[in-house]
Unconditional design. Structure first.
Length: 115
């Protein structure tokens, strides 16, 4: 099964199993990941699933359809997020796939050396 590595606020990394087809937000909520609430259930109505994407993974988590950029709706919701960076995404908009095995993310407010 694919895995995701979440860099935590305390500097540790938590690795979790990531079933294919679930959103990264659903996976984070299932594993009670601190600071990822998914309050709107993935309907692009909040920013409580905001994460930082490791630069090596940025292109891989961008939408495959359209022009490869995040949607205007996601951009609007990210404007509401705390600790926004150029590598921010809403985890509800990233569906787990086999080729995302090993995905590296960070919880907002953390300070990984790659940000």
């Amino acid at each position: 099964m694919p895995q995701i590595h979440f860099f935590q606020i305390d500097g540790t990394t938590q690795t979790v199993d990531a079933p294919i087809g679930l959103s990264v937000m659903e996976i984070a909520v299932k594993h009670a990941m601190d600071k990822i609430d998914g309050a709107c259930g993935g309907s692009l109505a909040c920013a409580t699933c905001h994460v930082y994407i490791h630069p090596d993974w940025w292109d891989k988590v961008m939408p495959e359809d359209g022009d490869g950029d995040i949607s205007e709706e996601e951009e609007d919701m990210l404007d509401l997020a705390f600790h926004l960076t150029k590598k921010s995404r809403l985890s509800c908009q990233i569906l787990m796939r086999e080729d995302l095995d090993g995905l590296i993310l960070a919880i907002p407010g953390s300070k990984p050396d790659w940000l």
